[in-house]
Design a protein around this ligand. Structure first.
Ligand code: SF4
Ligand code: F3S
Length: 103
């Protein structure tokens, strides 16, 4: 699953779609972690979609990631500032790709 300490263990490599990205990044195979308060490990996400469908405040947006080995689309936490820390997405993701820093 996603490393919950990614923000100290990884380097911030900039922004995409208004969301911070944590490397290493080497597209199309390696896309890093997207987001900070709500973080999605793009290299683990298999596009299950349960997070996006069930988030009560619509934090997530689909983005296309052609040729990524795990899945050809991912969820971008574009509205992570709206997150209410319900932890539903963390609990529901079948591959443990999401970390929400509710502390
Ligand atoms: Fe949405 Fe809840 Fe996940 Fe926050 S913790 S992104 S509100 S499902
Ligand atoms: Fe991806 Fe998990 Fe959501 S696989 S689409 S982060 S439920």
């Amino acid at each position: 699953g996603i490393d919950p300490n990614f923000d100290s263990n990884r380097e911030n490599v900039g922004e995409e779609n208004g969301v911070e990205v944590w490397g290493p990044v080497d597209p199309p195979e390696k896309l890093g972690i997207h987001g900070t308060h709500v973080a999605v490990d793009y290299d683990i996400c298999v596009a299950d979609g349960a997070c996006l469908e069930n988030c009560p405040v619509d934090v997530f947006t689909w983005v296309d990631t052609p040729d990524h080995p795990a899945s050809e689309k991912k969820v971008e936490p574009t509205r992570e500032d709206q997150c209410i820390d319900c932890m539903l997405c963390v609990d529901i993701c079948p591959v443990d790709a999401i970390d929400v820093d509710a502390s």
